[in-house]
Write a protein that binds this ligand. Structure first.
Ligand code: GDP
Ligand code: MG
Length: 170
């Protein structure tokens, strides 16, 4: 039969990676060149109709700055899914993403569906992180990987729908 699934999804990653922009693109179909930085966290809800299930995602968009780090467990605890975002033009943001992966592996729900998003894929001319490197890292760590662009919308719906497809059915 058709199942109804409620799932908490958390966005993690360095400040400026484009977490809020990914959510804004997904939930409202919009993009802002000067997206305001997130204070604490922001909440959104989106319902996805899949062929075998209706998935209601409760999306927590976190701030990303180090000074908010101690709040992060509040958002990933009890989460069934996570998107860890980095900026393909910023090596440090990729290193920071790996730290989030480590933290979730140590403290998060072991069955969490986790995606690694190499965002700002539209900025190919400024690329610093090779897609192959991120893909290999994701494979070794049991994540699925996509390069996204909140600006052009490339792979944004896809990454959220892929998470929904991978969630355990009730
Ligand atoms: P957050 O701190 O991770 O939430 O990042 P934001 O969503 O606030 O984005 C930081 C900056 O990057 C903003 O100026 C956005 O307009 C810009 N940005 C976000 N996503 C993209 C993208 O896919 N492509 C480009 N070119 N800029 C982006
Ligand atoms: Mg933000």
């Amino acid at each position: 039969g058709n199942s109804n699934i409620n799932a908490k999804l958390v966005l993690l990653g360095d400040m400026g990676a484009g977490k809020s922009s990914l959510v804004l693109r997904f939930v409202k179909g919009q993009f802002l060149e000067f997206q305001e930085s997130t204070i604490g966290a922001a909440f959104f809800s989106q319902t996805l109709a899949l062929s075998d299930a209706t998935v209601k995602l409760e999306i927590w968009d976190t701030a990303g700055q180090e000074r908010y780090h101690s709040l992060a467990p509040m958002y990933y605890r009890g989460a069934s899914a996570a998107i860890i975002a980095y900026d393909i033009t910023n090596t440090e943001s990729f290193e920071r993403a790996k730290k989030w992966v480590d933290e979730l592996q140590k403290q998060g729900n072991p069955n969490m569906v986790t995606a690694l998003a190499g965002n700002k894929a539209d900025l190919e001319e400024n690329r610093k992180v090779a897609a192959e490197e991120a893909k290999a890292y994701a494979e070794v760590n049991g994540l699925f990987f996509m390069e996204t662009s909140a600006k052009t919308a490339v792979n944004v719906n896809d990454i959220f729908y892929e998470i929904a497809r991978r969630l355990p059915r009730a």
